[in-house]
Ligand binder design. Sequence first.
Ligand code: HEM
Length: 365
Amino acid sequence: MFSNKMNYHDYLHIDQLLGCQELESERIGRKAHDEMLFIVVHQVYELWFKLILTEVSSVLEIFAQDRIDEKQMDLIVARLQRVVAIQKLLVDQVGIIETMTPLDFLEFRDMLIPASGFQSLQFRQLETVLGLKRENRLLYGQAAYEQSLKPDQRSEMVALEGKATLFERVEKWLERTPFLKMRGFDFWQAYKNTVENALKRDIEIIDQNPVLGAEDRARNKTMLEGTMASFRALFDEKEYNQARSAGEWRLSYQAVHAALLVQLYRDQPALQLPFRVITALQDMDEMFTTWRHRHALMAKRMLGSKVGTGGSSGYQYLRDATDRHKVFQDFFQLTTFFVPRSKLPKLPPEVERELGFHYSNSGNA
Ligand code: HEM
């Protein structure tokens, strides 16, 4: 079973790994000390991207099934949490590249043109697998993003765009959530009344707040009225679909209701794992945004207002992408409509029974 031939170096291909740091500055005879740091940090990122892609792809496979059992739900959570742990490291790694000063970067920066992180195939694959759509991407130099990739990578990317994304799989899974029809109990009407009362109460608070001037009061009220309108649209399929076409929501009408139910009644045993899945997806989305933000700040520090080596507007492009290239925003938006547990409509006992765990005499759940 054990082979004497197995060796650390061979198993991990250390020679290959350590043989692929070629300094461009050295090649042209003007060695820049910090280029080694620059190369190693990028290569390490690509390795972590590879692992994240492996984890996310395995989660996608589980979600592709028509029925997911509890054990696999637990696996989904564990793998997504692993991704989040890696992402935290990715954010921290920005601090390592920042030990290079902008002046030291200038020693070799121009040698890199027109290469750029924008050409990272794995990063684009990751965005696509998660669910970032071509139509939601910022244009880069007025060209489609794949034009920056190597010609042989472009068709691979386009093929990937045709496959189901994590967002779409999660949406289908949410749509299959039982308990959305509350056995004759008009849960959604009761919930709507509760939230509307809470929002009306917020308007009273604005009216009565002595600290607010007339202008602030009017602005806050307009914002709240907007929130109330979008909340009402959440329960009118036609209105919801209009808002969805306008890009205000991404999830389907049914999926958004399921996500709301899972989060509001997450203390119910049957909803605890789905709640953890949603939370892990939120964590992952937030960590991507955090990385983008951190990377944009670092680029600003390195470049000021210079354009990027790939030819983008530099910091401004990265900042706009941070705001725009998000996937699971609906989960964040839904929290606007949360109410305290004590105010939630009580579930009918038969629904509550179904959401609990029951054991028959045979011991089966
Ligand atoms: C001195 C350090 C760095 C600077 C100044 C920098 C700057 C930039 C700039 C300006 C862009 C926009 C595209 C362009 O015009 O080039 C960009 C994109 C990108 N960079 Fe960096 N970067 C640095 C390090 C890194 C590192 C260590 C990674 C890790 C893989 C990375 C990954 C990326 C990715 C994935 C993009 C595409 C982002 C998107 O399109 O949303 N960068 N970078």
